[in-house]
Write a protein that binds this ligand. Structure first.
Ligand code: NAD
Ligand code: IPM
Ligand code: MN
Length: 352
């Protein structure tokens, strides 16, 4: 029997609510399998900060590094809470984990499952994945401001793109495209304006394309990509893009394929040097926290991505099949978070 050391970061707001249900799915999917998930819970997030003043200590980070994978709910307090003004939980915790654990692939699949309502009149067969770069771009904190609060204020936030960083994520995206039936890759950038970074991304894609002759390559400016995500999302297979474009496009992708309650993601370190981290795309949803009505499906689908990453494809498919079956039967009945979690876990257990 293999042991997988799983770090669990429930976080804030609906984070703990959806993680509870995700863990039910994990248990059901691995019951009887030759694997045991040994879980360590980490109390991190806005609540922990308000209690202790810590966002992520070096000890926390070292301890998390000693795990095989991470499951995260959501972190972040109520936007505008004055007690959080001195801390930036998103940067200090979520982004620090992505950077320190070298999660250079932020994998965000978008599938419109049968029975799910899309706000689009004619979405077509939506099944694509965004490979969002996770460790560079404008997210790195390469910036600063001077003369703050004066009419002469200057604020810079510089996007960092390295040949090393771009090439490794592009290579991952080509391999992902090559493994999918349609074998299509779309680079999304803004090469007409962001000429230095755009040129690096474009040349890198052209160079790596030579190694993947079976993959059809396409390019779209990010503004045009938002048009096609709404008018013809079925045209996409694999999208590769930078950290900020990928953030924005994946909220749109979530919205067209059933909403934020269904959008799962993986922050992957493909080299396996550090644990990868799986989380719903949504945040802590302070507006519905504590009410027991959050949709845990995104967190449960994140468990499927986690199992796939750990080489447990059978268990991953069981989670996915149970979710797809639950979604198909959902209708308009209102269920609580735990009712959805229990129903999906029961379906997993009932699969052969
Ligand atoms: P949010 O995703 O938390 O909420 C946006 C809207 O979607 C809300 O109306 C919310 O009720 C709804 N929603 C979100 N998840 C849902 C679910 N599972 N089921 C049903 N409805 C759901 O975004 P926000 O309000 O902009 O951010 C709230 C906090 O979360 C902020 O502190 C933000 O920084 C943080 N945040 C964290 C992460 C993360 O941990 N990965 C991601 C995004 C935002
Ligand atoms: C996401 C979130 C984060 C991001 C924030 C909370 C730092 O929006 O996971 O998409 O911008 O990456
Ligand atoms: Mn986002």
């Amino acid at each position: 029997v293999d042991t997988v050391k799983l770090a669990v970061i429930p976080g804030d707001g609906i984070g703990p609510e959806v993680v509870t249900e995700a863990l039910k799915a994990l248990t059901a999917a691995t019951e009887g399998a030759e694997v045991v998930f040994e879980q360590t819970a980490f109390s991190l997030g806005a609540a922990r900060y308000l209690e202790t003043g810590d966002v992520l200590t070096d000890d926390d980070l070292e301890s998390i590094k000693g795990h095989d994978a991470i499951l995260l709910g959501a972190v972040g307090g109520v936007p505008g809470d004055p007690r959080l003004a001195g801390a930036n939980i998103e940067r200090g915790l979520l982004l620090r984990l992505r950077f320190e654990l070298d999660h250079y692939v932020n994998l965000r699949p978008s599938v419109l499952y049968p029975g799910v309502a899309s706000p689009l009149a004619a979405p077509g067969d939506v099944d694509f994945v965004v490979v969002r770069e996770g460790t560079e771009g404008p997210y790195v904190g390469n910036g600063g401001a001077i003369r703050v609060g004066t009419p002469a204020e200057v604020a810079n936030e510089v996007s960092v793109n390295t040949a090393y960083g771009v090439e490794r994520v592009v290579r991952y995206a080509f391999a992902a495209a090559s493994a999918r039936p349609r074998k299509k890759l779309t680079l999304v950038h803004k090469t007409n304006v962001l000429v230095f970074a755009g040129s690096l991304w474009k040349r890198t894609v052209d160079a790596v394309a030579a190694e993947f002759p079976e993959v059809a390559v396409d390019y779209l400016h990010v503004d045009a990509a938002t048009i096609f995500l709404v008018t013809d999302p079925a045209r996409f297979d694999v999208i590769v893009t930078d950290n900020l474009f990928g953030d924005i496009l994946t909220d749109l992708a979530g919205a067209i394929s059933g909403g934020i309650g269904l959008a799962a993601s993986g922050n992957i370190n493909p080299d396996g040097r550090f644990p990868s981290m799986f989380e719903p795309v949504h945040g802590s949803a302070p507006d519905i926290a504590g009410k027991g009505i959050a949709d845990p499906t995104a967190a449960i689908l994140s468990v499927a991505l986690l199992l796939d990453h750990l080489g447990r494809a059978d268990a991953a498919r069981r989670v996915q099949r149970a979710v797809v079956a639950d979604i198909a039967d959902r209708g308009t009945a209102r269920r609580t978070t735990s009712e959805v979690g229990d129903a999906i876990a029961a379906r997993i257990s009932a699969l052969d």
